[in-house]
Design a protein around this ligand. Structure first.
Ligand code: PMT
Length: 408
């Protein structure tokens, strides 16, 4: 009875996955929780409220105008220790983010002050829509726990990200949210040390100018966030980005490739997994001016001035030569032509365990996007394609593959 005494509010919105919410309610009850269900009108078209009422032994509310004198949405929110909205449709997620309260589930959501889990379930196109992704970001930023979606078979014979997460994953999220020991098997990365790099390094030319690249850090931050959610101790060595450090992650800010080299070199011996998602500048100006360079420095006319560049260390390749390291080494390859062949070459040349190759000439993948599409290669000849999906989902696949290669 791992959830004994815990009062769970289960919000169900209208999607094909509603039937799985019945199993989730049973699982919560089996773990000892008290379960109060609220539904949207759409959800009642998929599952009868009586079904939940019979299982939970409580009335189920699906209409804001039932028992108006009790102000049900305020009452059920106040009585909960934790809330889980499963399945959460695109529609309710957008409402939660915008603060719209025009049905019982969204009205209840706006009254919640307890840890709240949102478990999205929808078609892949809806999940990847920028409006959905933006709403999810807003919710995450406010501390809502987003669990899923899973990847796999969807209604109508489709396949991709958008499945309601499995019951044990959702139960696990509820346990974590209320600080109870989880019932699911811990992920192999739980308690392991994961070192992640992110962002594009900046190579100074003078106090106000630098050379850099288009990396926003989104991919690396997604890896760090997912690793922390899986229970790993995560250090994120990050070049400058506009992103907040993910919850539970230790952030080590750096600026240049040399700074990143120093930070990674010192953290690497303790790491079980190293994921290098940063776009490291291969070159830096040979000289950094102390003062802002004047226009005249560069000469007038067409001839211009030569800025001499020197090579930066290849941090990942250097890690690949160190036989004192125990870590699973994971690189990314940012390619624009012969994408897989160049990535395969980097896997071998840098002596990596895994490499995720992304085509950075695509508009929906690589730099700056919330989505990515990668081919993952392993040193043992393994090959796996991840079709277009969110960067968090790419991170999860990569971390699962890295976890399967943990050494000690
Ligand atoms: O940050 P985002 O906007 O989300 O964009 C994500 C991304 C495109 C930056 C990311 O998905 C990605 O591809 N990261 C690696 C970018 C890169 O530098 O690739 P590369 O092919 O040049 O380098 C190969 C690997 O060696 C990388 O793991 C890189 O971190 C590492 N490297 C490269 C050069 C160098 N001097 N030191 C390194 O450690």
């Amino acid at each position: 009875m791992t959830l004994a005494g815990v009062r769970v509010l289960l919000g169900v919105s209208g999607g094909v996955a509603c039937y799985k919410a019945v199993a989730l309610a049973r699982g919560l009850l089996k773990a000892g929780a008290e379960v109060q269900v609220v539904m949207t009108a759409g959800a009642t078209r998929f599952v009868q409220p009586d079904q939940f009422a019979a299982i939970t032994g409580r009335p189920v509310y699906a209409d804001t105008f039932t028992d108006v004198h009790r102000i049900v949405h305020v009452e059920v929110a106040r009585q909960a220790d934790v809330a889980i909205i499963a399945p959460a449709t695109t529609n309710v997620i957008a409402k939660f983010a915008a603060g719209i309260a025009d049905d019982l589930v969204s009205s209840t959501f706006t009254c919640l002050t307890v840890p709240t889990i949102v478990a999205p379930a929808m078609h892949t196109e809806m999940w990847l829509h920028p409006a959905t992704q933006a709403a999810v970001d807003v919710l995450r930023g406010r501390g809502t726990i987003i669990t899923g979606p899973g990847v796999g078979a969807l209604a109508g014979g489709d396949e991709g990200p958008g499945r309601l997460e499995d019951e044990d994953v959702l139960l696990d999220a509820v346990h974590r949210a209320v600080g109870r020991p989880t019932i699911a098997e811990p992920h192999p990365l739980s308690g392991r040390r994961v070192l992640v790099t992110a962002g594009g390094t900046r190579e100074r030319l003078d106090p106000v100018r630098y050379l850099s690249n288009r990396s926003t850090g989104k991919m690396g931050y997604a890896v760090a966030a997912v690793a922390a959610e899986l229970g790993a101790e995560v250090e994120l060595v990050s070049a400058p980005t506009a992103l907040d450090a993910p919850a539970g992650v230790t952030l080590t800010p750096v600026e240049s490739a040399l700074d990143m080299h120093a930070a990674v070199t010192s953290a690497a011996p303790d790491a079980d997994v190293i994921v290098k998602a940063a776009a490291v500048s291969d070159f830096r100006p040979a000289q950094v001016a102390d003062q802002k360079l004047k226009k005249g420095t560069f000469g007038a006319g067409e001839g211009g001035t030569v800025v001499r560049l020197v090579a930066n260390p290849d941090i990942l390749a250097e890690l690949g030569t160190r036989d004192d390291l125990d870590a699973v080494l994971v690189g990314f390859a940012a390619e624009t032509e012969d994408v897989e062949a160049h990535g395969r070459d980097k896997l071998a040349r840098k002596n990596l365990d895994l490499i995720a190759i992304n085509d950075v000439s695509a508009t929906d993948a690589g730099f700056g996007t919330d989505t990515n599409r990668v081919v993952i290669l392993g040193r043992e000849g393994f090959r796996h394609e991840v079709a277009l999906t969110g960067k968090r989902e790419v991170a999860r696949v990569l971390l699962d593959l890295a976890a399967a290669r943990l050494r000690s």
